[in-house]
Design a protein around this ligand. Structure first.
Ligand code: 9YT
Length: 140
């Protein structure tokens, strides 16, 4: 069993800040924990806009505080986000994530797991998992 607290993560290498200051991600579970997913708490700063397109990952995101919205760039649909809203990027959905009036606190799970060394590329993607073939086979 692994037990971790937010206090331990803050200020450690699991506490990752976006280069543009739009978000902070606390990585509770990473690839090297061998759980098959990674599990993060992400704070999206109020009033920010982030272009994200996870071409190599599925992500579930559950909001527990704050407010904002997500714009699906394929359909143009805009969905409000608040405490109790979940979105699942099950189709590698390109989107804009906007923080509203108060910082959004999001609980996120990634499959395949994030290793912790990825950076958003110019399209807002993370690089594929090094063993991504294993995950592709597992989904078939
Ligand atoms: C919700 C989202 O995708 N935010 C960007 C950061 C990401 N959740 C991460 O790396 O934890």
């Amino acid at each position: 069993m692994i037990v971790r607290t937010l206090d331990e993560i803050i200020g450690s290498e699991r506490d990752v800040h976006a280069e543009n200051g739009n978000w902070v991600s606390r990585r509770f579970v990473l690839d090297n924990d061998q759980a098959g997913f990674s599990f993060h708490e992400t704070i999206i700063k109020a009033g920010t806009e982030t272009h994200i397109w996870y071409k190599n990952h599925i992500e579930a995101v559950y909001c527990v505080a704050g407010d904002g919205e997500i714009e699906d760039l394929k359909t143009g649909e805009i969905h409000p986000i608040k405490d109790g809203t979940l979105y699942l990027l099950n189709d590698h959905d390109e989107h804009l994530l906007r923080g509203g009036g108060a910082d959004m606190r999001l609980i996120c799970a990634f499959c395949p797991p994030v290793t912790g060394r990825e950076h958003h590329d110019e399209d807002g993607a993370y690089a594929p998992h090094p063993k991504t073939d294993l995950y592709d086979k597992a989904r078939k």
